[in-house]
Design a protein around this ligand. Structure first.
Ligand SMILES: NC(=O)c1ccc[n+]([C@@H]2O[C@H](COP(=O)([O-])OP(=O)(O)OC[C@H]3O[C@@H](n4cnc5c(N)ncnc54)[C@H](O)[C@@H]3O)[C@@H](O)[C@H]2O)c1
Length: 311
């Protein structure tokens, strides 16, 4: 039997993962209580077929998507489960109790959760099931963004970590394992630090929201699409690398104090107004398409897989 994957929850993340897994050759069972699931799955099937035709893939390279009517049926044959249900700390442990009771005893049980650690999700599970629970946190959309943060709980086995890494790599992703759980994992902690600084700069009248975006796009964003934080410091520090960077400017950067920050709606009113004036009252499809096109171009220029597309 071919390697089977269960996708539990077919919202924004689950749909993108289901598409990616089928496109990567797996037999994917999809469960979601939503009433339009049949429509969602047939749209995904059509997208996988169209993409395969566009890339001259052989039928044997493609996986399949099957709609199922319960969590139990979805996971019954699964070697890998990717749960992408609602971000609810009460609901996820219950859903994982259901998943663990019905899945094969060696299945990896992964959650897409952005904030709920595997230790909380698995806290009431038997030890042998808890050892297979892990966070596989994607960046949206997972069929395009290469990163998956693989975050084990203290009870997660090293074998589960390895198998999760191997599975995501087999789908063309670039997973990274964290050594331990931390709130926000790593990507969102970094994003959060920058988000707070950006808001405070606009709130304190230093710069407008679109000008701040221009600063990002034309300096740090461009650099960070090529190198990470530490590689940038090492390359920018002269012949002494990161040590030179820290001695020259790093420590004085660290002395820059924080500006006041108000994340309430009242405090954010000016930021909201500037963003909506610059980019429209509601986010535009054209804006999202331009973002995806630019991201694909970056992936291509780095020699990474950019062929996955849901269009
Ligand atoms: N949206 C993002 O940017 C993003 C990024 C990374 C991780 N995540 C994580 O992915 C998960 C899903 O987020 P989303 O944005 O796709 O949410 P979403 O609201 O778009 O989708 C959630 C889906 O879960 C379904 N659902 C409800 N109860 C269910 C059940 N008992 N079993 C199975 N499915 C059920 C809903 O019908 C819905 O389709 C969350 O844990 C979230 O933290 C989201």
């Amino acid at each position: 039997m071919s390697f089977c994957v269960a996708v539990i929850g077919a919202g924004t993340i689950g749909r993108s993962f289901a598409w990616l897994f089928a496109r990567s050759g797996y037999s994917v069972a999809v469960f979601d209580p939503r009433e339009d699931l049949a429509e969602v799955v047939s749209e995904l099937q059509a997208a996988v077929s169209a993409d395969a035709a566009a890339h001259n893939m052989l039928a044997s390279e493609l996986g399949s998507l099957t709609l199922v009517e319960s969590v139990e049926t979805a996971v019954a044959q699964a070697s890998f489960v990717q749960e992408s249900g609602p971000e609810d700390p009460q609901a996820k442990p219950k859903l994982f109790a259901q998943i663990a009771a019905a899945a094969p005893l060696d299945a990896v049980l992964a959650t897409s959760s952005s904030t709920i650690p595997a230790s909380l999700i698995a806290r009431q599970l038997p030890t042998q099931a808890a050892a297979r629970v892990i966070v596989g946190h994607p960046f949206n959309p997972p069929h395009l963004m290469p990163l998956v943060e693989v975050v084990p709980a203290p009870a997660t086995s090293p074998d589960t970590v390895e198998r999760a890494l191997e599975f995501y790599r087999s789908c063309g992703r670039e997973p990274v394992a964290l050594n331990r759980e931390v709130r926000g994992f790593v990507g969102n902690r970094l994003q959060n630090a920058l988000m707070k600084e950006a808001i405070s700069l606009v709130e304190n009248g230093v710069i407008s929201a679109p000008d701040l975006d221009a600063v990002m796009k034309n300096s740090l964003g461009l650099r960070w699409s090529a190198v990470g934080q530490f590689e940038a410091m090492h390359l920018g520090g002269g012949e002494k690398g990161i040590r030179g960077f820290m001695h020259h400017i790093g420590t004085s950067f660290a002395e820059i104090g924080e500006l006041p920050l108000d994340l309430s709606d009242a405090g954010m009113a000016e930021v909201y107004a500037q963003v909506e004036q610059a980019y429209g009252q509601t986010p535009s499809d054209a804006g999202a398409e331009a973002r995806d096109r630019a991201q694909r171009a970056v992936l291509e220029s780095r020699g990474q897989d950019s062929t996955h597309s849901e269009e």
